[in-house]
Design a binder for this molecule. Sequence first.
Ligand code: C5P
Length: 417
Amino acid sequence: MTDILKDKFIGLGVTGSIACYKAIDLASKLTQSGASVDVILTRGAREFITALAFSSITHRPVSEDMFDPKSELSIDHVAVAERVDLIVVAPATAHTIAKLAHGLADDALTATILATGAPVLVAPAMDAHMYGNLATQENVRTLQRRGVTIVGPATGRLASGLVGKGRMVETAELMGWITLALGKTGDMAGRKVVVSAGGTQEAIDPVRVVTNNSSGKMGYAIAEAARDRGGDAVLVTAPTALPDPIGVRVVKVQSALDMQKAITAEIDDADVVVMAAAVSDWRPVETADQKIKKSASNEWTLEFTKNPDIIAGLPSDKLVKVGFAAETEDLIANAQTKLVSKGLDLIAANDVTATDSGFATDTNRVMLFDREGGIEVVPLMSKYDVGHRILDRVKHMFRQGPNDATSVGEDATGEGD
Ligand code: C5P
């Protein structure tokens, strides 16, 4: 669950599009995450969906009409405009986008948006031609110039049966944008957080690799947690099956050497690096140019050479260094040894033999060891929440103020094993 939504007030404007049904799902996810959701329906939306559908989920009054004396919101849309931390218009029709671009206020939604100082997210949903029309395009650009975030639309099958750009984005993507917008003032604001993820792949030939079972979920979750606290999150990831997180810059790599190069290119102005990637300790001495053929022999020997230890080689004068120790035995001793030998500030140790923590699961159970000998036991929780627990520690370790990060000087000392 995303803590960032807890106790927040979200205005959800719903306009007349068949994508209204997705707004029910969004209202549900926001409410489940602890937000109070004030839904405002336009007249067009009421043709597709009822206020009851929303109030059953949000347990709050729904505004249907600015002039309806029964509606709490309709009485005082200015109070709603002031109370909300964010307004999301999803789905947004071309008509409502046009009204917003021109500052019209002839219904509860447009009046509330005109009166609010909160950030506004707009998720268009319409026919592809309507979206592509110059009038809509200019209206969208006008809103963007004023600081409104336009999310989507996505390309896909439209209500008309045609395929084109006009589909409202899915709830998961909108939730990413919402937490990104709300997190802008968090304790990672002005901080560059570089996170690695996934299991590196070391090529044997063009079709074969040596890799490991890392799913990448832990690293992705840390990058999302950093983003949600306002950080400038960069995810350097080996191949995974996971979608790119919204609002996180993703750098895709394959091998340990690629990852080292990408991370080295990112750390000069970074405040913290969290190495959640399972980096292959070894790589084949040679990578064949062509697929290696099956030979007559029953045995085949592959020769390996050691990969560089990426995190151990990074400077630590301006950079907070956080590592992971995925162990199958002697968890505590191995983690403490790695903390020192790699010059880390913090190490998260996890027992990857447990079925509810470690590789591929959505949850993890770790122990955090710091340089002062401190040990924190983090019980079983979502990887996203583990990410927050790590950042709760990192925020006290920064070497410099936010936005202070400059290039590491030439005299910076790299720390080896
Ligand atoms: O593989 P090992 O247990 O030594 O990994 C511990 C930490 O060191 C992890 O954070 C991992 O990402 C990092 N590491 C690295 N470069 C390597 C091997 C591991 O940065 N070649």
